[in-house]
Design a protein around this ligand. Structure first.
Ligand SMILES: *Cc1c(COP(=O)(O)O)cnc(C)c1O
Length: 386
């Protein structure tokens, strides 16, 4: 008797960065320039290209500074607001831990709030509502699972309240547009739609603000402060910063990823649409995030029906060779590091999502037959709960 071969394992996420061939022209430039970090030509080219791209989505001209990852970018984006130490920042309970980590490392206190039941986002409506109950000095909306925040609505929120807004758009490059009044932080991590292994971008229409972030990412050295007395030195430090610079090698990856963006983003859009069609056909009991069906995503989360548990789906699909992940679960409030932070009210939606949300495999190496197998596996699980 021969043992049946187990089905091929379908991985949740396989990053796919530009290969060595695609990198070659950029590496040649690094070899020739001997410039490896500190505002080199590739970093400047990436920043300028990004500024043009972000400016296309909004009337206000955008400025961009690169950083070595989005978590640090968020920390510096908060520090650059110049809030007093211990200031409070409204953060959704459903997000990657990095959002709250960045707030705390910037010397601020996260105040957790719920998310909208359809988009799963912290919206301006929720922030306005929280404002009636708790004090906070800044807000960090998140483009959760790649779904964009409505920046016109956040600009209006800022105009009404004067409360600064820093958007954690780490996982939303390609979907999340820029704004007139708010800062946005994007990630170039290997797992994101535009990937440079590690990296991040801080984007804002406020040139002086972006300049402050850039100074903070260079230890806090203000290069514009060299006077007669300090001639020959690099400049003075007014606010202690850190080393948040992006290297030329990472900028090379970012530029190569940008060069093939039209192709990779089209493939992500097509895969997302195919998943939606398969789910509508074979597993309509799943609930999906209210988001643009033609968006560019790197995460595909679904909610199993009420009464079912995501942990059981994870186990059952895993046993069939389909790898899933409960992204951003449990809610941040359940992590020991954040458990003593204040709440802006109950978080029933985030709690429900924490129990029922499971993300299906989503990456560019999946074949159509893989998608069919994934949807059939999740249909086999969810179908029992109708
Ligand atoms: C990926 C991600 C981060 C972290 O980005 P890094 O560049 O890896 O630091 C933060 N927040 C959200 C919502 C993310 O998806």
């Amino acid at each position: 008797m021969t043992a049946a071969t187990p089905p091929r394992r379908i991985a949740l996420l396989v990053p796919d960065l530009p290969d060595r061939k695609a990198l070659e022209p950029y590496l040649d430039r690094i070899d020739a320039s001997h410039w490896y970090s500190n505002f080199g030509p590739l970093v400047r080219e990436l920043e300028a290209g990004m500024a043009d791209l972000f400016s296309a989505s909004v009337p206000a001209r955008q400025h961009v500074v690169s950083v070595n990852n989005a978590t640090l970018g968020l920390e510096l984006a908060i520090l650059a607001l110049d809030l007093p130490p211990g200031s409070r920042v409204l953060v959704p309970a459903l997000t990657f831990v990095a959002s709250a980590v960045a707030v705390m490392r910037a010397g601020c206190v996260p105040v957790f709030c719920d998310v909208e039941p359809d988009t799963w986002l912290l919206s301006p409506r929720i922030a306005e509502d929280a404002l009636r109950r708790v004090r906070f000095d800044a807000v960090m909306p998140v483009s959760t699972y790649g779904a964009p925040q409505d920046m016109k609505a956040w600009d209006a929120f800022h105009a009404r309240t004067n409360i600064p807004v820093v958007v954690d758009a780490a996982g939303a490059y390609g979907n999340q547009g820029a704004s007139e009044r708010c800062a946005l932080v994007y990630s170039l991590h290997a797992t994101k739609s535009l990937a440079a292994a590690e990296g991040g971008l801080v984007v804002s229409a406020d040139r002086a603000y972006v300049e402050r972030v850039k100074v903070l990412a260079n230890f806090g050295i203000d290069l514009s402060t060299v006077s007669d007395a300090t001639a020959g030195s690099t400049g003075l430090v007014f606010h202690a910063g850190t080393n948040g610079k992006l290297s030329e090698y990472h900028a090379a990856l970012g530029l190569a990823a940008l060069a093939r963006w039209d192709d990779t983003s089209a493939r992500r859009i097509a895969m997302h649409e195919r998943y939606l069609a398969l789910i509508a056909q074979r597993c309509p009991v799943l609930t999906l995030q209210a988001r643009d069906p033609r968006g560019v995503y790197s995460i595909f989360p679904v909610l199993v029906p009420r009464g079912a548990k995501a942990a059981d789906a994870w186990r059952e699909l895993g046993a069939q060779g389909v790898e899933t992940r409960r992204w951003y679960c449990p809610p941040l409030t359940d992590h020991p590091a954040f458990a003593r932070m204040p709440f802006a009210g109950e978080i029933p939606v985030a709690r429900d999502l924490g129990e029922r949300l499971v993300a299906l495999p989503f990456h560019l190496l999946l074949a159509d037959e893989d998608l069919v197998r994934v949807v059939e596996a999740v249909a086999g699980f969810a179908g029992r709960f109708r």
